[in-house]
Write a protein that binds this ligand. Structure first.
Ligand SMILES: [Zn+2]
Length: 366
């Protein structure tokens, strides 16, 4: 047997190969497993050493395997010893991809860009700065006074469920349907499939700075000078807010199997700022409408942020803008579920008539 670290976010070592069993050590906390195993036996035993916390976060839904690198399935894992989980994987043609997150990295992003470049009303823009690039799918007919919705995924590069949702939304917007015709009439949509494609190549962190440090990038929105990707996105979003054009802004994350729901949320207060009663009612309406029909969906309005410096906190505190987050579950659903989630978000955008309260400083917003 041979183990090949996959191109994106794969760790292969430390690994042990013994007879028909391969063992990966993902301790002490979370690590990303994404490898190809070749020359494997027809029934391969995959053993994963992981802490209880890591197992709850990643393995409750099973190990993710693929024989062709395109379609994925979850294979049940059982606890066989302390900090040890084991799966039996059928390997029909001697090779199998094994992962603990539905793999999505730069290779898939490249494929998405190739397949959707030049679509009607959709164009890829590449924000460049600080040695980094952010690919942004900019959709709609510009030059008109329409609301702009933002869907931002891959702030934490390994939270791939959110990235699959973004991927599905880009593809859906490239089709000519009743949905896209109606959306085109009413709004512009900007989708960032991965904040930092570069980070997807790092095995142990959610975001890697240009000088190689692994940090919690999503919490840098409020920094004086955030890392390049966040800096560029922040400028774009705050320009949109200043122009009173912001509609729905959603950052798309995934706690993997830690929760059995896909949970959408925003906050009522940030610093000295609080949503007025009417804006709070509006935010509750947006949550309810946007999560409707989403597989395993639920929503709630939190009193305050759970970690300072996240987009919702910064944008409300500094710019009086109400923005949203979703955590897409990987428990009981795979790529099909992520795709259904993305499509539903696009459909649900049409259920909200008034986006003005997103920007609290806009004329007429109370
Ligand atoms: Zn996250």
């Amino acid at each position: 047997m041979e183990i090949t670290t996959s191109f994106d976010g794969g760790i292969a070592r430390p690994v042990e190969i013994a007879d028909d069993t391969v063992t990966f050590d993902l301790r002490p906390k979370h690590k990303v497993l994404n490898v190809w195993i070749t020359d494997a036996p027809a029934v391969l035993r995959v053993q994963v050493l992981v802490s209880d916390e890591g197992a709850e976060h990643n393995l409750r839904g099973g190990l993710i395997v693929s024989n062709d690198g395109c379609s994925f399935r979850a294979v049940e894992v059982t606890k066989t010893a302390e900090e040890t989980w084991t799966a039996e994987v059928a390997v029909p043609e001697g090779r199998v991809q094994v992962a603990n997150r539905y793999p999505y990295g730069r290779d898939r992003l490249d494929g998405l860009i190739c397949r959707t470049a030049g679509a009607a009303d959709g164009r890829w823009r590449f924000l460049r700065g600080g040695g980094r690039t952010v690919p942004l799918f900019d959709w709609g007919r510009p030059g008109r006074d329409l609301r702009i919705h933002y869907f931002i995924a891959g702030e934490d590069a390994w939270e791939t469920a959110g990235v699959w949702v973004a991927d599905a939304m880009v593809r859906a917007l490239c089709r000519d349907t009743d949905l896209t015709r109606e959306l085109r009439r009413r709004c512009l949509i900007r989708i960032v499939p991965m904040v930092s494609p570069f980070s997807a190549t790092q095995p142990g962190g959610s975001y890697t700075t240009p000088d190689g440090r692994s940090i919690y990038g999503a919490a840098t929105w409020g920094d004086e000078s955030p890392p390049p990707e966040y800096d560029m996105l922040r400028r774009l979003v705050t320009d949109t807010i200043r122009g009173d054009r912001l509609g729905f802004m959603l950052t798309m994350h995934s706690w993997q199997t830690l929760r059995d729901t896909t949970s959408m949320e925003t906050i009522r207060t940030a610093g000295d700022r609080a949503l007025s009663t009417s804006r709070q009612r509006w935010a509750e309406h947006v949550l309810e409408a946007m999560i409707d029909g989403v597989p395993h969906g639920e929503s709630h309005l939190a009193e305050t942020i759970w970690h300072e410096g996240l987009a919702r906190d910064y944008l409300l505190r500094r710019h009086n803008a109400a923005t949203f987050r979703v955590e897409v579950t990987t428990l009981g659903q795979g790529v099909d579920g992520f795709q259904a989630t993305g499509l539903r978000f696009l459909q649900n955008l049409l259920r909200i008539d008034d986006w003005r309260p997103a920007c609290g400083n806009a004329a007429g917003v109370e």
